[in-house]
Ligand binder design. Sequence first.
Ligand SMILES: [Zn+2]
Length: 189
Amino acid sequence: MDRTILDYLRRDGLLREGHFAYRSGHHSGALLDRDRLLADPQAASHMGYALAKEFFTDLVETVAAPSIWGAGLAQWVAYFLDPKAKIVYATPHNGEPTIAQNLDELIRGKRVLLIDNLIISGETLRRFDRTIEDLGATVVGMGTLWNCADQEINGHRVFGLLNTLYDAYPADACPLCNAGAPPPITVPY
Ligand SMILES: [Zn+2]
């Protein structure tokens, strides 16, 4: 992974190392400041580039995000694909992430990459994937800065950029627990 990204996370205090328990039941050695993760455009562009590189050969036509947090990252990912992809993102409608109707043509029959800033339980992307596929897209994969859920969602591979450094594990397979680390700090999400 690009060293610049890790330097940025450490320099700006966006990464806390330790032993953490998430609501999904997974444990990890990392806690990210999800609110400020994409606050620095230079770092956001590096992270978007790294994600684009991972899906470079998947012929992505549209990058879709289920939230405004994912949308910021999706802009960079789409920009660094070649040819550049289009971007669509959901906006909340009656509490559900909804795709505006006039965006259908960017999804129907297209090869779509789903991007979110973080995947915590995986539930948001699981539902969003169904929405996108119901609109007639082929979902080619899912990318995120960090994945705390399963490595596959609805049969699609999930790539978490920071997982190569800080993976998440089911509690009963947590290497920190197994090594006798102090009990995890509970994260409220
Ligand atoms: Zn643990």
